[in-house]
Design a protein around this ligand. Sequence first.
Ligand code: UD1
Ligand code: UDP
Length: 364
Amino acid sequence: MKKKVMLVFGTRPEAIKMCPLVKELKSRANFETIVCVTGQHREMLRQVLEVFEVLPDYDFDIMKSGQDLFDVTSAVMQKMKILLREVKPDVVLVHGDTSTTFSAALSCFYMNIPVGHVEAGLRTYNIHSPYPEEFNRQAVGIVAKYSFAPTETAKQNLIREGKSPETVFVTGNTAIDALKFTVKESYSHAYINWAEGSRLILITAHRRENLGDPMRHMFSAIKRIAEQFPDIKVLYPIHMNPAVRSVANEILSGLDRIKIIEPLDVVDFHNFLARAYLILTDSGGIQEEAPSLGKPVLVMRDTTERPEGVAAGTLKLVGTDEHAIYNSFRQLLTDKTAYENMSLAVNPYGDGFAALKIANILEA
Ligand code: UD1
Ligand code: UDP
């Protein structure tokens, strides 16, 4: 009898990291692999599904512009209740720390269905940062029967919290599997040509706790640097959240060496990362991808759940204070040694075979 494995995800980063696993599970005869997307994101999710050619079996299509945490959590739970009753999966796999992840895991708990948590054990131990992600992943951690930790540090977090060691597996992060699929030497793009001859700076920002003033400070620092360094060009593929867009347009407009563009699909974005000089971001996933490409990242947050990248030297936590961001950004543009110290390619997040390892464990 085939085991019914259902994967549930809803946002761009979950999709990027779950699609390699969908493909691996679908290639194995022992599984009936069912893909459910909540549609917490719409366009940004569709971009990823198209690149990986994954066609969901179910799409809750819940996204509303300006949705809040109640909207997402309650919509996912109501739809999960009906779907779990219909499909009766043997195991449900969720990823990371979004509202989709939390609501899907809680629904499974209510229905007594085993949960496998992919990218388990990341922690800041500050429930407000990142918000609400730190709560989500801790809560999913309580419910999960199988925990797929990307690193030994993540595994140790879970063991300290009382997880039994035989249910926690170190697999690497499936983000690195995705990178192997997307990054190509021969890649080219009109924006890469636009930046030819300049140092390309890539920006992303979207964290809920950074909306408003922190984001204003981040963008002001970036604008000041761009005005002072004529040899840099800044590309900012902007998140679709209207609250992000209004601040970015307010602060970053008016300089032709800063381009705010629509979200890139993951093939474009990963290849842009590979060609960038430096990245400034508050994203989680980019903190895993950049070390493997040897690209320095200034992390515009107060905490990180990815200490491995900091220890490796690729990530520097700079907070959201305008002067702190300005000073660190300036240093990496002017101090060659500081730049080179942060540019060594290391792979703390695995060898690109995380999906294969997770599938092997599920099969066993
Ligand atoms: C969500 C996750 C966050 C993750 C991020 C990845 C939660 C609470 N937050 O935050 O952990 O890091 O996704 O990007 O689960 N929008 C669109 N089209 C899209 C996507 C978003 O228009 O394809 C707009 C909508 O107006 C939406 C808003 O962005 O209401 C915010 O989306 P939401 O998923 O609620 O929050 P994110 O900040 O994206
Ligand atoms: N990404 C993308 N297009 C973009 C910006 C980011 O495909 O325009 C990818 C990036 O490579 C990473 C993921 O999206 O894999 C990060 O998503 P996001 O920052 O939205 O969420 P987080 O990782 O912070 O949860």
